[in-house]
Design a protein around this ligand. Structure first.
Ligand code: ADP
Ligand code: MG
Length: 542
């Protein structure tokens, strides 16, 4: 066939396929979860593009069809979604487009053989999981808005082919030629059970064909529209996993309806672990905006960047269904929803912070992100300050600003912090000697953002926050347990000698009450950047 093009898979795909196909048999049913999730995503994307192009509108009776054919030993998954052009087929199915999948493939390759199955179950591997059950996969796709269809086909080894095809409507049909030992997935009943388990939250109808008839397989109601009492923990968890492309359970689930001045339903999740995809990179919140159930966009920035780890859906009655991108930018409705949703997340955190252990695990995952809020969002300082947690020179585990203030010594005027790269190093720093000797607690800060936010917050409950590497800290009002000794005249001579020796390397040489065992310590000039900030500026080449 002259029109058939052969292509090699990207190098990572080849390796991933090998691992997926050979690592695992017990959890093979997740291939259906992955393919149905892709189909649902494709339908959402088509709805989104239809906002700016009426011609892409989804037909009213749109659904995902799953069609087993025992005689031909094929399983077809057909969706009316956005579809893929020829180049999209090559890019999305021929290379690993998603950075999470790439990172996962690396983890998988490094894991011991015995650990691989649970890793796959935990993370999912997207489209390629089809090759766990099929020895040949054909994808016929027509991009919505285009006329031509293309057929991508592969046996899951080194290469795939692309050839022109035909398809009456936009969307994607995936045909799996099932392996001999995967015939169980041609039983309609088995397929329905899997759909109910993994995909019940998916809002578009899913059908499984039995004796030529399409039978409904999911409830097809938007989960967040149901009353809380009617939603099971498992359904919440599945929805959370689908939204975030994650495979753990949520740390907190927030589900509420706002009525009155604003009318919206929100279902939000706080994750239990850091996402596999790094939190760095993109800073925008991806909480999804729906209008009357219909997905509109995940680019409405419904939460501030410092709450970007929160996933979920906000569904409102207060916007028209044919809302345009321009309207989304300008409408005051969204600003009001943002304020309300942000406030709700913060009050939930406040409640949950009372359970020190549970909150500690949340803090370890997302504390550094939350601190960005102190840096960039003065409006929320009051709510954020009591939510912060720290390592300390005086106590084990996490502590908070209110707890620190409660432990302050009589005569202590400031909240003292020491900023550096790692807590173990900080705990042994000579900078702490004078404070230890006086029983004064110092908070040890080690996140990148810690060089910045204390200045911005400035004070907590009227107590200034001071970096102890800055000079000019007056410890004399605090009684020392071991007072430093020395003749005043001798000290003056020594200071002059040291200054002469160091010359222009230092601005000033002073005596200090901050040291007990060490002879000298480096300090930053009063009012200037502290030592950690100076280090960061040097690293940045300033
Ligand atoms: P992920 O879904 O996490 O991006 P997958 O391996 O599951 O990773 O899919 C890779 C990409 O292939 C998707 O991001 C999407 O662009 C494309 N894709 C897969 N299935 C479909 C489909 N049914 N319709 C349109 N595009 C699809
Ligand atoms: Mg996927």
């Amino acid at each position: 066939d002259e029109t058939l093009e052969r292509h090699e898979f990207g190098a990572e795909v080849g390796r991933l396929l090998d691992l997926v196909v050979h690592a695992l048999y017990s959890e093979r049913e997740i291939f259906l979860r992955e393919l149905v999730a892709n189909a649902a995503d494709a339908v959402d994307r088509r709805r989104f593009e239809a906002l700016s192009d009426q011609a892409l509108m989804l037909p009213a009776e749109a659904k995902l069809r799953i069609v087993p054919d025992k005689a031909a030993r094929t399983l077809t998954i057909a969706d009316p979604g956005i579809g893929m052009s020829k180049s999209e087929l090559a890019q999305h199915l021929g290379t690993i487009a998603r950075s999470g999948t790439l990172a996962f493939a690396k983890t998988l390759a490094e894991a011991k053989a015995t650990e691989q199955p649970s890793l796959i179950g935990q993370f999912g591997v997207g489209f390629y999981s089809a090759f766990m059950v099929a020895d040949r996969v054909e994808v016929t796709s027509r991009r919505a808005g285009g006329e031509e269809a293309w057929v991508w086909a592969s046996e899951g080894r080194g290469e795939y082919t692309l050839a022109p095809g035909s398809k009456a409507e936009p969307g994607t049909d995936i045909v799996l030629h099932m392996k001999a030992d995967a015939e169980e997935f041609l039983e309609p009943y088995r397929l329905q059970t899997i759909i109910r388990k993994w995909a019940d939250h998916i809002a578009i109808p899913i059908t499984v064909a039995r004796d030529g008839q399409d039978e409904p397989a999911n409830e097809g109601t938007a989960l967040w529209r149901k009353p809380k009492a009617e939603v099971s923990e498992e359904s919440y968890t599945e929805f959370y996993r689908h939204l975030g492309h994650v495979f753990d359970t949520p740390w907190a689930t927030l589900h509420w309806r706002a009525e009155g001045a604003l009318d919206f339903t929100a279902l939000l999740f706080l994750p239990n672990s850091k996402p596999f995809q790094a939190v760095e990179g993109e800073r925008a919140s991806r909480v999804r905006l729906h209008v009357r159930r219909m997905f509109i966009t995940d680019e409405a920035a419904l939460l501030p960047p410092w709450l970007r780890f929160v996933t979920g859906v906000v569904d409102t009655e207060d916007l028209p269904l044919n809302v345009s991108r321009e309207m989304l930018q300008a409408t005051p409705v969204l600003a009001r929803i943002r304020r309300s949703v942000t406030g709700r997340v913060l009050s939930e955190l406040k409640t949950r912070a009372k359970d020190a252990e549970a909150y500690g695990s949340f803090w370890a995952n997302f504390g550094a992100v939350l601190k960005e809020g102190v840096w960039e969002d003065t409006e929320h300082h009051k709510e954020l300050a009591p939510l912060l947690r720290f390592r300390s020179s005086a106590v084990e585990g996490w502590t908070s600003l209110p707890d620190y203030v409660a432990r302050m010594k009589p005569g202590q005027e400031a909240i003292y912090v020491l900023v550096g790269d790692e807590a173990a190093g900080l705990a042994g720093s000579p900078q702490l000697e004078g404070f230890r000797a006086r029983g004064v607690e110092v908070l040890l800060l080690t996140d990148g953002i810690d060089a910045f936010w204390p200045d911005r917050m400035d004070r907590f409950e009227d107590k200034p926050i001071r970096s102890i590497t800055q000079s000019g800290l007056d410890l004399s009002k605090l009684e020392a347990t071991e007072a430093p000794q020395g003749e005043a005249a001798d000290v003056a001579t020594l200071l002059a000698l040291v200054k002469e020796a160091l010359g222009a390397e230092v601005a000033e040489v002073r005596s200090t009450e901050r040291l007990v065992d060490s002879a000298v310590v480096l300090a930053a000039a009063e009012g200037g950047p502290d030592l950690q900030m100076q280090r960061l500026l040097r690293r940045a080449g300033r």
